[in-house]
Design a binder for this molecule. Structure first.
Ligand SMILES: [Mg+2]
Length: 471
């Protein structure tokens, strides 16, 4: 799987979590939506009294599925479904601040049940609830469905069956299953091709969906806000937001207006599948956190492993404690020529006390990240691949990274910017930052950086992307 596809796979989890955390403050009218033109922000609060940047039940339950998918499990099989069902019960036992009505009704009845056979018992309970109420097409299985697609990328039959099976654990109504199938197949298509087309799954669902998607495209997301507890309206609101957006941030902002955290989490999974995890701004990624004690880097790990069927890459990343190919990376740092509060170096420079904040531009082993020795919200990991044509939107990522370095400096922190060997990524990010704070061109900023950074020999194709935009 290429770096671009992998970035998109990461986007499924990071996009959903970002949408969730941006939408949380506004859930069901917890606070008035921002005025048109103003952006929704990760303020926390909402129905669950969440911390700023904390994701809610939507992503919490998605993490349960992602953790099973990350083992390489086949999500159609009973053993995997049992593990997901048991994970949902563990989540419920931990006392989530918010849980959907249907999900709660199913999980409450199964407290303390054993893992073996848990999925069958959960399905039975969900069917009983459906027989009793006749209405179990809530949005609660759609909001968590994204990781199912990652487990079976490229296999539409498997995705359709797994999405329906995981949905059916708590939501018996076939409409809920249909919605999960449609969304997962759209996610799979976007991860593999970069195209947004929610109709690729129409052959797997009821005939009414074609007109429902047409209606979504003719409408704005807020048109569905009053009824988005219903899975059909939630999907329509999310698709309306995704289809009309020019990027991940814009789509999430629109989705929040279609139904707070849930619609934004649903939309975020597909937006991330199209635009990549790298399209989620660093100011969001540094804040993201939530049950079960995860942050953005953990979402990246789970998504990468799920998309790779549980297998790490040739360096053992993202599971191994170190990345062996970084052996011999230099320990020195040099001050940025335009700002001595920013240090430039290679991964070998990582050590507690080196700076107040760290911006990592390369893959880090599980044991290397803690070497930064800074609070997790001050360690920003950036997805840039030092190869030709391996990045989705390099100019966008360079601008965003320069901007978060400026934010950290405005907070009074010293910042280490490093990559593996300080050859390409460190100097180009340093140049983007230098241009941002001095107003000089990126070309002259890069020249100043190269004059002080002995290791710099940036890849020409990446320098070309740096110079392609002014800021
Ligand atoms: Mg929620």
């Amino acid at each position: 799987m290429s770096g671009v596809n992998l970035d998109r796979a990461v986007g499924v989890l990071v996009g959903a979590a970002a949408g969730d955390a941006v939408g949380v403050p506004y859930e069901y009218g917890s606070r008035p939506l921002p005025w048109p033109g103003e952006e929704a922000r990760m303020l926390g609060g909402g129905l669950g009294g969440y911390a700023p940047g904390q994701w809610s039940d939507d992503t919490e339950m998605a993490c349960v599925i992602a953790e099973v998918a990350a083992t390489g499990a086949d999500l159609r099989e009973d053993v995997a479904l049992d593990r997901i069902a048991a994970g949902f019960l563990r989540w419920y036992a931990d006392g989530p601040a918010d849980a959907g009505i249907q999900t709660r009704a199913v999980l409450r009845a199964l407290r303390g049940t054993a893992e073996v056979g848990a999925a069958a018992r959960m399905r039975t309970r969900a069917a009983e609830l459906h027989a009793h109420t006749g209405r179990t097409a809530g949005n609660g299985s759609l909001m968590r469905t994204g990781p199912v697609a990652l487990a079976h990328l490229g296999d539409s039959e498997a995705i359709a069956r797994a999405a329906r099976a995981v949905s059916g654990l708590t939501h018996h109504d076939p409409q809920a299953g249909d919605a999960c199938v449609l969304w997962c197949l759209a996610i799979d298509h976007a991860v593999r091709t970069g195209e947004l087309d929610v109709r690729v799954g129409l052959g797997y669902v009821g005939p009414e969906w074609a007109a429902l998607l047409d209606e979504a495209e003719r409408s704005t997301p807020d048109r569905f806000a009053a009824s988005n507890g219903w899975v059909v309206a939630a999907l329509q609101a999310a698709w309306s937001a995704v289809a009309h957006a020019n990027g991940l941030e814009e789509g999430i902002q629109a989705a929040v207006r279609g139904g707070g955290d849930t619609v934004a989490a649903i939309a975020g999974a597909l937006l991330g599948a199209r635009y990549g995890g790298s399209a989620a701004p660093a100011r969001w990624r540094r804040m993201l956190q939530g049950w079960p004690g995860l942050r953005a880097r953990d979402l990246t790990r789970l998504a990468v492993l799920a998309a790779r069927r549980g297998r790490p890459d040739g360096d053992g990343w993202p599971s191994a404690p170190t990345v062996p190919s970084y052996g011999g990376s230099a320990k020195w740092t040099v001050p940025h020529p335009d700002d001595p509060g920013v240090l430039l170096g290679a991964v070998g420079a990582l050590r507690p006390g080196v700076a107040d904040a760290v911006v990592s531009l390369c893959r880090l082993g599980a044991g290397e990240a803690p070497l930064a020795g800074v609070p997790a919200s001050d360690h920003i990991e950036v997805w840039i691949i030092d190869r030709d044509d391996a990045n989705l939107d390099l100019p966008g990522v360079l601008a965003d990274t320069a901007s978060v370095v400026r934010d950290l400096r405005a907070e009074g922190k010293t910042v280490l910017v490093h990559c593996a060997f300080a050859e390409t990524r460190t100097p180009v990010v340093a140049a983007a930052y230098g241009a941002l704070i001095t107003g000089s061109t990126r070309e002259t900023a890069l020249r100043r950086v190269r004059a002080v950074l002995p290791s710099a020999r940036p890849r020409p194709s990446i320098v070309a992307r740096l110079l392609a935009t002014t800021q």
